[in-house]
Design a binder for this molecule. Structure first.
Ligand code: 3PG
Ligand code: MG
Length: 398
């Protein structure tokens, strides 16, 4: 795989370099124009700075959210261009379309050392199309903007999308520093994890995590389950979960996993049960086996935090993906905070995988340097740990 350093050694002054970044950042729940966590923008800065300072014409492209293949102002990258400019210390030029006339004109006018951000890739149906020809046609248009391509969008390497998979087949291609660092870390914890190996999983759905649970279960000493997905496991143990998130069609699967795990899957013993999904809902901590039928669990309780912390403490390798509760709402943040703090205290190597958990670390004001590695990719890191071939990485290897 060729890397950014190889490209810099070849010389980029005056050349157009198309950089795929993952600038899919979260926005404030209360003000959709304010970026709530710019971690993904910061993570790609070293690559952009290196190219800019070497005199390249830097053309950045990214997706944001999941628009449906057509322009949708709700998902414009314009606020990201502003923030990127602030972080780079010079304004970033923003093209109001992705491969249309505005983009073509902006690319044509770009000077050496300038940075341009194209509008959201997913405003074009070609980006995510399952049809190779449709994706290919869009990739042709994107590739025409660059003389070389750098992929530093680790969070999107698991997507077989035009900008990730098809563009590198059309241009000399290089892996950026972020992609290289992420892959090195995941390789380290998947090939030879030092024991004890503890995995902490949260987030809404068991179905999203099933493949990773199945592939990690034989390797781990403990798998701690919190977040919305714990209720399907509690149900599988025969407990009622009230109005909590529940995947009925996964209950039987969870029962099988629990019996296969023989005690290695650890579930919460208490939960914060609320009358509704809202910051001002009435809420109480109740035993996980006694969730009232008119309540929904929105966080794990303090006894669960203590139980999880005890399992986390001896870990030599730890991987965490997914919040323990609705950490964005203050009354339901203590579980995620408590577990995150326990992770910061281990002597071993900890990896925080994922957009949401990484954002939680920063929005809760935890010390980022206390973790071994904070990944920018949720789905991507999970699929890597499942042992899947990631289309974006395969495309860079070819
Ligand atoms: C993410 O947020 O996990 C990445 O940016 C990928 O986004 P996607 O899941 O919408 O493809
Ligand atoms: Mg995601």
């Amino acid at each position: 795989m060729k890397t950014l350093d190889d490209l810099l050694a070849e010389g980029v002054s005056g050349r157009r370099v198309l950089v795929r970044a993952d600038l899919n950042v979260p926005f404030e729940k209360t003000d959709a124009s304010v970026i709530s966590d710019d971690g993904r923008i910061r993570a790609v800065l070293p690559t952009l700075v290196a190219l800019r300072d070497a005199g390249a014409k830097v053309i950045v492209c990214s997706h944001l959210g999941r628009p449906k293949g057509a322009p949708d102002p709700k998902y414009t990258l314009a606020p990201v261009a502003t923030r990127l400019g602030e972080l780079l210390g010079n304004p970033v030029i923003f093209a109001s379309d992705t491969v249309g006339p505005a983009a073509a004109e902006a690319v044509g006018a770009l000077l050496d050392g300038q940075v341009l951000l194209l509008e959201n890739l997913r405003f074009d149906e070609g980006e995510t199309s399952k049809d190779d020809a449709v994706r290919g046609a869009f990739a042709d248009q994107l590739a025409a903007f660059g003389d070389a391509y750098v992929d530093d969008a680790f969070g999107a390497v698991h997507r077989k999308h035009a900008s990730v998979y098809d563009v590198p087949a059309r241009l000399p291609h290089y892996a950026g520093g972020l992609v290289l660092r992420e892959v090195e870390v995941l390789k380290r914890i998947s090939e030879n994890p030092e024991q004890p190996y503890v995995v902490v999983l949260g987030g809404a759905k068991v179905s999203d995590k099933l493949a990773v649970i199945q592939s990690l279960l034989p390797k781990v000493d403990k798998l701690l389950v919190g977040g919305g997905m714990c209720f399907t496991f509690l149900k599988a143990q025969g407990h009622e979960v009230g109005k909590s998130l529940l995947e009925d069609d996964m209950v039987a699967t969870c029962r099988d996993l629990l019996s296969e795990a023989r005690g290695r899957i650890v579930l919460p013993v208490d939960v914060v049960a609320a009358t509704q999904f809202s910051i001002d809902a009435i809420h109480d901590t109740v035993p996980a086996t006694e969730i009232p039928e008119d309540r929904l669990g929105l966080d794990i309780g303090p006894r669960s935090v203590a139980l999880f912390a005890e399992a986390i403490a001896p870990a030599k390798t730890l991987f965490w993906n997914g919040p323990m509760g609705v950490f964005e709402l203050a009354p339901f943040a203590a579980g995620t905070r408590g577990v995150a703090e326990a992770i910061t205290k281990i002597d071993g190597f900890s990896v925080v995988g994922g957009g949401d958990s990484a954002a939680a670390v920063r929005t809760l004001g935890l010390d980022e340097s206390a973790f071994g590695h904070i990944s920018t990719g949720g789905g991507a890191s999970l699929e890597y740990l499942e042992g899947k071939t990631l289309p974006g990485l395969a495309a860079l290897e070819d």
